[in-house]
Design a protein around this ligand. Sequence first.
Ligand code: SF4
Length: 105
Amino acid sequence: MANNMRFTKLIEESSRCLLCYDPPCSKMCPAGKDPASIIMSLRFKNYKGALLKTVKGLKEKGSCGEACNNAMYCQRNCVRSKIDSPVKLRIVQEILCSGNLWKKV
Ligand code: SF4
C-alpha cells in the first residue's frame, strides 16, 4: 500500500473511534497494550506519540501476536461494532509499525 493510502487509512480508522470513556479495546488486551490511547494520539495529530506508544507496547509486552494469538481482543470488543463495524485496530497498529510512512508525515 502506498504511503498516502496508508496514512489515509490511519486517519479514517482513527476518526471512526468513539473515544470511549472506559475503552474495552484497551481493557481486553492480554498484552496490556492501550489501543485507545494510540487512537487518541492520532485524533490529536500526535503521530509521533502514536508511533511511540505502539512501539513501546511491543518492546515492553512482547509481540502482540504472541499474547493474543491473532484473536484481536481489542478489535473484537470495540464498541463501534454496535453501530457498524469495529475500528480496525490491528491495521492501525500495523500501519504505525511499518517504517517508511513517517518519513513523509
Ligand atoms: S472500543 Fe473502539 S470505539 Fe471505543 S475507544 Fe476503543 S477503538 Fe475507540
